[in-house]
Design a protein around this ligand. Sequence first.
Ligand code: SF4
Length: 371
Amino acid sequence: MQTKTNLLGLSRTGLDAFFQSIGEKKFRTKQLMQWVYQRQVVDFDAMTDLSVQLREKLKTTASLAMPIVVHKEFSTDGTRKFVLELDSGNRVEAVFIPEGQRGTLCISTQVGCALDCKFCSTGKQGFFSDLTSAEIVSQVWIAAQSFGVPENIGHKPVTNIVLMGMGEPLLNFGPCIEAIHVMLDDFAYSISKRRLTLSTSGIAPKIRELADHVDVALALSLHAPNDELHDEIVPINKKYPIQEVLDACREYLSRFSARKRVIIEYVLLDGVNDKFEHAHQLVKLLQDFPCKINLIPFNPFPHAPYKRPNGQRIQKFKDVLAQAGFVTTVRTTRGEDIDAACGQLVGQVADKTRRSQDWQAAVWKKMQPSV
Ligand code: SF4
């Protein structure tokens, strides 16, 4: 039996190649993308500007397959959480966070993660699988669809996308790039490249390579002001130390004249990396680095080895950075009533024996994208 090609998550180039392979012209790509992403139609029969013959051909050669939504919850503060089950039985979550005119969707790129950052329960799970481009894009489709067709509701609910959920996007490079192309495409979600942020823990060579493929906002997880402490909190730092990663980020920025800075994400861990001296070291480290700093007070999860600092400590840390001239924000917690706040999301793998409390609270680094 002929294997069907899943057209969901295929970029314009991928779809052009598909249509060519079935003897169709490239303009079909635009038609299909608009049906799927702008009108939220995934039934070939309902795509009425395609000929009946083409619709029949598509039904035998292609599919528009996406994960099943097994659970969704809407918070009183407008946050929406979606739990998606993949073909493998693994589950990932996406969270939509509204703020004024802005609707930010935080999405996952892997099930589990190999990098084992010490403050992150996803890291404790270990790595299970990469998401496909279709599985990444599906998170956007499902969240957008929960609001209805933009044409009917009069606005685009998802205005910002952050690849900051479970997993390290730069270690699932190809599918992430393909999915980003779909998100940016005018025939699909038409997300502004200023409003699409890829967050990395610092895979230096991949940061450089990224610039060959897409121009998106870059967020860097930097949770300590020196290599010694960063090695401890983010073990990948032993392979790619801070200066090497900052140099890679500088190189990335230099490739795009309009891109002026990187977002530094700094999780504040009580008594570990939130001392006065750390703030001053951070100022010194970043004095010539074009960035804004987003402080993320740690959200504890079961058996977490760290605590969240109190408000006073957070403020003091922020003041040191702000006084040194850094644009500094402190991330606010959203969606607590539906367990959608940072550190409260649940990704599940199919193997029930792995369902320990330890990884029940996948750390999601929701940020306020404000570049
Ligand atoms: S913080 Fe990100 S990169 Fe680090 S273990 Fe968690 S998911 Fe992986």
